[in-house]
Write a protein that binds this ligand. Structure first.
Ligand code: COS
Length: 390
């Protein structure tokens, strides 16, 4: 399909964007403040995502996905995040939890597990991080020991998004402790019915408050060998490639938060009058809004370029990711989330006292923005990754 403009979207992408923008304004925005207050997972929003086919936008069509590409997925997440970052996390985390299966699963695994995840009938989670941290992946400790045609899994995972609501969880565990560091782990599909699995403590968070963040406990969980993704020892590689593909999704969530706060602050600045003028006419405020516009536009172009690289240069299998793509993935995640944090702080400032109270959405957006600088690799890790590719 021809692009409607250079550096723009195709007609299909624009139609998707219009559809999700309308849905977000009409159906998602009205409950955002209440969901933030209550802090419970919004099953009605999950249903809304399912009904509108937004759970598997970037999933292969042979397994019931839309096969519309990474850019389409990111457009969906951005539009939702403009009004509620927690709801944007529903399709975003579905993508993250499913990527290990998409990248490393065989036909039987995809046929069985991916189909209900692509439609949203089931919910996915991604379990990598442990109490000792999530940055140094090679030092993680959860252990799976092979016993005949099963593995026995023991360990605890921390800060797992969707932990209490997920049906299917991709879990990283050491399988060969004596093997070289990056070749000693594997990834398993854990199904919530497995005996010994439990979603334990629910975290109370600063932002993205209605997403369900849990500690997951695995006590002698027996996993059939057919639930191992790829070969034994492929785990580190599978998780790194998953993150290359999933970081743009966090970038789009961050971008949506920034764009939502910017739009709100701009409208406010046109209405609010001080010293006889709308405050957008005062340079102190005008310059803040101009800087927001510049940074958000730059962030969006970087993200679109990243999606284009991923869609055009990377097979959704375990083949090597080019350094340029790894770099762009990390650059878009770090840049969009830094822009989101900065923009939301400034948006609160533009609204003054009103920015600080919960009746206005920008304080929620500021709280939501913070996590995007932390999860799926802190922005310090992203800078290490970027530097490592130079
Ligand atoms: N994509 C693909 N391959 C990657 C990769 C990436 N982003 N990063 C590293 N690799 C590969 C390297 O190419 C290397 O491959 P070879 O063994 O074939 O040479 C191997 O993995 C080991 O790389 P490295 O020595 O750089 O690994 P480190 O243990 O030093 O760790 C970082 C690298 C820090 C980049 C990695 O652990 C990481 O990304 N950590 C953050 C994880 C994260 O995002 N956690 C958040 C929780 S998940 S929501």
């Amino acid at each position: 399909m021809p692009k409607t403009e250079r550096f723009g979207l195709t007609e299909e992408e624009q139609m998707l964007q219009d559809m999700v923008r309308r849905l977000a304004r009409e159906k998602v925005a009205p409950g955002a403040e209440e969901r933030d207050k209550v802090g419970e997972f919004p099953f009605d929003m999950l249903e809304l995502m399912r009904e509108n086919g937004l759970m598997g936008v970037d999933f292969p069509d042979e397994y019931d996905g839309m096969n519309a590409g990474m850019l389409s997925h990111c457009i969906v997440v951005e539009e939702l995040a403009k009004v509620d970052a927690s709801v944007a996390l529903i399709p975003s985390c579905q993508e993250l939890g499913c990527l290990p299966i998409i990248l490393a699963g065989n036909h039987e695994q995809k046929d069985k597990h991916l189909r209900p995840l692509a439609t949203g009938e089931k919910v996915a989670a991604f379990a990598l991080t442990e109490a000792r941290g999530g940055s140094d992946v090679a030092s993680l400790r959860t252990r799976a020991v092979r016993k005949g045609d099963r593995y026995v899994l023991n360990g605890t995972k921390q800060f797992i998004t969707n932990g209490g609501v997920a049906d299917t969880i991709a879990v990283y565990a050491v399988t060969e402790p004596d093997a070289p560091t990056h070749k000693n782990a594997s990834v398993f599909i854990v199904e919530k019915e497995f005996t010994g699995f439990s979603a334990s403590r629910k975290e109370s968070k600063l932002g993205i408050r209605c997403s369900d963040t849990r500690e997951l406990v695995f006590e002698d969980v027996e996993i059939p060998v057919e639930n191992r993704l790829g070969e034994e020892g492929d785990g580190f590689h599978i998780m790194m490639k998953t993150l290359d593909f999933s970081r743009p999704s966090v970038a789009s969530q961050a971008l949506g938060i920034a764009a939502g706060a910017f739009e709100y602050a701009t409208e406010y600045a046109k209405e609010r009058v001080t010293f006889g003028l709308p405050i957008i006419k005062h340079q102190a405020i005008a310059f803040k809004l101009a800087d927001m516009a510049m940074r958000i536009t730059a962030a969006r172009q970087l993200l679109y370029k990243t999606c284009d690289l991923l869609d055009s240069r990377c097979a959704k299998d375990l083949s090597k990711v080019p350094a340029e793509v790894i770099r762009h993935s990390s650059m878009s995640k770090a840049y969009c989330s830094d822009v989101a944090m900065w923009t939301t702080i400034e948006a609160v400032q533009v609204l003054g006292g009103y920015g600080y109270i919960t009746e206005y959405p920008v304080e929620r957006m500021m709280r939501d923005a913070k996590i995007t600088q932390i999860y799926e690799g802190t922005n310090e890790i992203q800078r290490l990754v970027i530097a490592g590719t130079l």
